[in-house]
Design a binder for this molecule. Structure first.
Ligand code: NAP
Length: 247
């Protein structure tokens, strides 16, 4: 039995990942953005639930501080697709999409004891993403689509950087598919069971793969920037500078 943390497990693909892992006999700590969502999870019979708002560095740090028992598996699933409109900025003064989708995963990875498996729920949108170290937060130009794709590409490069630094840890990224959730809406063709399949497989199977991007249990390569070692290192340094936390 593994002890697992699944972020963003109050809803959508993360909720399904948590349910499937529990059904396989694993101990699962769920994560909700706020106390109201945590209360809904408790009402539905969830066990341990940890609260943390990834749009806040202080809240993300406080969540890590509460998680004192180490995990075997951490699934970084929480994610946010911004609406079109003005560039969203958090109370930390950071572009919100980058903070929620990439920097929070970096911060939790740096602050929590390393598990044996890390699964970063990314997106096939990374194929059109770009990491611009001079403008990680899209100050020059912001669109919802590019902010989302670039944040998922940054998260993926971070997953690969962790794999290089910690060979004993299996650290992989995954595109879950186009899945019907509140993020994608009813037009998406697949259900949450399909979306949870590869993240659960990476969390539980005997695959020794690390530093790879998966879709439907197969390795795919969608954006060369994610594999650029110098870029990975520079991105890690930028995240360390923004958070004060080191991998
Ligand atoms: N659905 C798709 O087609 C698709 C495709 C590619 C990749 N993905 C990725 O799959 C993951 C799961 O997405 P989903 O489709 O299941 O979306 P979802 O139903 O919107 O779930 C996203 C989860 O992340 C949480 N979250 C959002 N902002 C947060 C914040 N500031 N702090 C803490 N938690 C936060 C949400 O909490 P709340 O419920 O409180 O908002 C929710 O639990 C995401 O990383 C997404 O980018 C999804």
């Amino acid at each position: 039995m593994s002890r697992c943390l699944v972020t963003g497990s109050s809803d959508g693909i993360g909720a399904e990942i948590a349910t499937v892992l529990e059904g396989l006999g694993h101990e699962v700590v769920r994560h909700a953005r706020d106390e109201a969502k945590a209360a809904l999870l408790h009402d539905a019979g969830a066990g341990e639930v940890v609260v943390g708002d990834f749009a806040s560095l202080a809240s993300t740090r406080a969540m890590a501080a509460r998680l004192t028992s180490p995990f075997d598996v951490v699934v970084h699933n929480a994610g946010w697709l911004p609406p079109e409109g003005p560039r969203p900025v958090t109370q930390d003064g950071l572009e919100r999409t980058f903070q929620v989708n990439a920097l929070a995963a970096y911060l939790l990875t740096a602050l929590l004891p390393l598990p044996s498996r890390l699964v970063y729920v990314s997106s096939d949108s990374i194929a059109r993403g770009r990491i611009d170290l001079d403008d990680l937060q899209h100050e020059a130009a912001w669109t919802a689509d590019s902010a989302y794709a670039d944040s998922k590409l940054a998260m993926t490069a971070l997953a690969f950087a962790v794999a290089r630094r910690h060979p004993a840890v299996r650290s992989n990224a995954v595109h879950p598919g186009w899945i019907r959730t509140k993020m994608s809406g009813d037009v998406a063709p697949l259900d949450v069971a399909a979306g949870a399949d590869t993240p659960v497989w990476l969390s539980t199977s005997d695959t020794t793969a690390t530093g790879q991007f998966f879709h439907e249990r197969r390795v795919v390569r969608l954006n060369d920037q994610a594999y650029d070692l110098a870029l990975q290192d520079a991105l890690v340094a930028a995240c360390a500078a923004l958070t004060g936390a080191h991998l």
